[in-house]
Design a binder for this molecule. Structure first.
Ligand SMILES: Cc1cc2nc3c(=O)[nH]c(=O)nc-3n(C[C@H](O)[C@H](O)[C@H](O)COP(=O)(O)OP(=O)(O)OC[C@H]3O[C@@H](n4cnc5c(N)ncnc54)[C@H](O)[C@@H]3O)c2cc1C
Length: 472
């Protein structure tokens, strides 16, 4: 009885602190109004305009997705006309007229095509750090100058041949070879380069296991595992030699169990067992997250060396719900946003409690989720440098800078690579930013209500169930 009341008083305290921290952060962001709220990352108002109309948004993202494949101005204009014909009446007058009168090979047609390409490129540059190593180095150096750490991710299309899988592996090996020595020469910054145990690698990379083999097949777990480990070993070895860190991203639900199994197996190998500079992602939109974390904790204790855990909500929500419905399978993800938010907070508490074995990286742009993590760490006496915040390149820049100024180690997940594979990443980010459920979308609303934004997910859930009972 006593134990339960102590637990509930800690939760109460965490909730109070979450509200206090969240309001203070919001106020500090608010004071930077001209930059935060000018929506500079809603490039050229295109997104803002597209968000006002769901049908225009869908056509615009379809167009962005196909654009890199279109080789001539004529085909670009033709696709523009075809895609936007369906939503013609929703377009601004000037754009409608331009699309109507432009012949694909006319001067106006070419101007339209150039304009479309430029806008897509600018949008991509907002979220993608560059193509060549020199550009990537410049981007991460700039982040460092702003007090931000990085984790680099090579954008790739679905790998379908051994040759592509080898290229993906080689690209990471080249990146480590070229970048790690330059980055390691940077002067030490204790806020970014030290945790509660000691120095941590400056050069960090994130990769997807499915990129390392031609067919990542959960149905052939043993064969896939063998191949992935064969490809991953040289990356782990080189990273270790060059004092770099490797993080494994999480992909579709179908891949999750095998990804976790391979990660655990390779980390248990003799040469990596005492290596702590590696980690994996857990997705809170999956009810499975709780058991997966408990299993990881047991495993990490047995291994006797900690690993990093990046907690995210999950990037494939649309894919998972649509695929499950199409195949008639049970849906693996929560179907209400507050449930993912609530689980994210629950798993944040689990990670904070076990930070010595599973080092927490709390990855979100949601001020409520992050304020909750800060409050939890504070109330549970987790040292400030034993956990970190992670955010995506080009998203919520003002929050990134504020957290860094306040002394939180903030790491930016920084994608790089060619534009063509980059487009599906770009479309994922655009969809996420403009989704009705997105925290950022509501936060950028000029009528944003901070009390509403900071509400506990459990309260939101309670209100939902009352509303649905009433409407029944
Ligand atoms: C550094 C970093 C690394 C990342 N790495 C990965 C990765 O490896 N794998 C991966 O999958 N994702 C990854 N993500 C993306 C992440 O999963 C989220 O998509 C993204 O951060 C948005 O969540 P949020 O907390 O910022 O925003 P919020 O607006 O608070 O949350 C949006 C998220 O809520 C969930 N959601 C939306 N609608 C519903 C609904 N109706 N029911 C239930 N849940 C819903 C979805 O997960 C959606 O992305 C990463 C994010 C960051 C910042």
């Amino acid at each position: 009885m006593k134990k339960r009341s102590k637990k509930s008083s800690v939760s109460k305290q965490i909730e109070q602190e979450t509200q206090r921290i969240g309001s203070e952060l919001w106020e500090q962001l608010d004071r930077r109004k001209p930059t935060v709220f000018e929506r500079r990352w809603w490039l050229d108002h295109i997104l803002e305009w597209a968000m006002q109309d769901e049908s225009v948004k869908v056509q615009m993202f379809r167009f962005v997705d196909v654009l890199p494949m279109l080789k001539s101005s004529g085909t670009v204009t033709k696709h523009l006309q075809e895609y936007f014909e369906e939503v013609e009446t929703h377009l601004p007058v000037a754009m409608r007229m331009g699309l109507e009168v432009a012949q694909p090979d006319s001067l106006l047609g070419k101007a339209l095509a150039v304009n479309a390409r430029n806008n897509a490129r600018k949008m991509a540059e907002r979220f993608i750090a560059g193509t060549k190593t020199t550009e990537v180095y410049r981007s991460v150096h700039k982040l460092r100058g702003k007090g931000l750490a990085f984790s680099l991710d090579l954008l790739g299309e679905a790998v379908i041949s051994e040759c592509e899988a080898d290229d993906y592996q080689q690209a990471y090996l080249d990146l480590l070879e070229e970048l790690a020595p330059m980055v390691n020469a940077w002067p030490e910054d204790p806020m970014l380069d030290r945790d509660h145990v000691g120095w941590i690698p400056k050069c960090q990379i994130s990769l997807k296991m499915s990129g390392l083999v031609s067919h990542f097949k959960p149905i052939d777990a043993a064969g896939t595992s063998e191949k992935v480990k064969e490809q991953l070993r040289p990356i782990f070895q080189r990273a270790r030699e060059l004092d770099a860190y490797v993080h494994i991203d999480m992909e579709h639900y179908e891949y999750k169990d095998l990804t976790l199994q391979i990660f655990k197996e390779i980390c248990m190998e003799k040469e990596f067992r005492d290596w702590s500079d590696c980690g994996i992602v857990i997705q809170a939109y999956l009810p499975d997250a709780e058991d997966d974390l408990k299993n990881l904790l047991k495993w990490a204790k047995k291994r006797k060396t900690s690993v990093g855990i990046r907690l995210v909500k999950g990037a494939y929500w649309d894919y998972e719900t649509i695929t499950a419905e199409y195949r008639g399978w049970p849906c693996p993800v929560y179907t209400e946003k507050w449930q993912s938010d609530e689980n994210f907070e629950k798993q944040t508490l689990f990670l904070m409690k076990n930070y010595e074995h599973l080092r927490p990286a709390i990855a979100s742009h949601n001020l409520r989720s992050l304020s909750h993590a800060m409050a939890a760490a504070q109330e549970m006496n987790v040292p400030r440098n034993a956990w970190e915040i992670q955010m995506l390149y080009g998203m919520a820049d003002e929050q990134q800078h504020l957290f860094s100024e306040l002394g939180y180690r903030t790491r930016i997940y920084t994608p790089f690579g060619e534009l063509l594979p980059g487009m599906s990443y770009l479309v994922r980010r655009l969809l996420e930013n403009t989704s009705n459920e997105s925290f950022l979308r509501h936060a950028y609303d000029k009528d944003a209500n901070i009390e509403e934004l900071l509400r506990s997910p459990t309260d939101v859930g309670k209100q939902h169930s009352v509303e649905s009972t009433v409407s029944v």
